[in-house]
Design a protein around this ligand. Sequence first.
Ligand SMILES: N=CN[C@@H](CCC(=O)O)C(=O)O
Length: 308
Amino acid sequence: MGLRGLAPGGYRRRVTLTHDPLWPRAGSWPVDDGGEADAAILGVPTWRTSLSSTGAHATPAAVRDALARYSPTLLGPPPVDLSEALRIVDAGDVTEPDGAEGEASVRAAVAGLRARTRLVVAIGGDNSLTYPVAQGAGARGLITIDAHFDLRDGVSNGSPVRRLVDDGLDPRRIVQLGIADFANSAAYAQRAADLGITVVSMDEVRRRGADDVMAEALEIAGVDGDVHLDVDVDVCDRSVAPGCPASVPGGLAAWELRALVRRAAADARVRSADIAEVDATADAPDGRTVRLAALCVLELLAGKAVSR
Ligand SMILES: N=CN[C@@H](CCC(=O)O)C(=O)O
């Protein structure tokens, strides 16, 4: 495992940030020292099996940079500084996470972190990372926030949910939030139904709201123990997530995704999460998808901070 290596052809920092001693910045958390922590950040730059061509392997570095655009402050009242309320560590990247060997490295890295933290945050990478991350975390339930079922055959960013089921995850403990029309096929919708997966469409998420659908999802996914949260940013509208190859016009708003993520992380059963599908090398015009991914990292941490 290497620390903070930029992937080949990867993202390079483009902004210089001003310094104000009264305005702390998020990110730059200490390197993991092997001790106990509330949360650990781990880069998992998967990309080789993506169905759409992607530069998602550049994204962990880009998200770390983007975190510095934001403060670590929840306004309260009283205000909470995430970096003070939580012990957050950066465990670097799994440098070659694809393929059987790579997935074994991811599983081992996540399992090690899971044993001594309340939350492992895996920054992808394409959505194939969900499979080894959830397994390494020993998850007994899965919530996806994703426009897609990810139940395809084979090994790709479109198959992690099917692979987890094949390996023994009980499909009755899987809840999929944000599944979208015109982004899936009838065959995979039928597969989800046959397996007994709980599917909540994008329209229903909107109609019922983040708190309601996430509370129900946690009750279903959390019956047997810990829950893994898969945050596929392509559930968001293409205007806010242009860096996701498969985001569609009409997707969720950024605030809806952020509310879902914070609500999930506030539940003690959510012990691991991944943020997937953002391609930092194709994030025109202004890097907004990477920024949203960075805010999802902060929302995960916020959930754990408010639930202390
Ligand atoms: N999680 C994403 N799943 C999409 C991937 C599509 C793509 O890469 O183009 C899917 O299965 O359709």
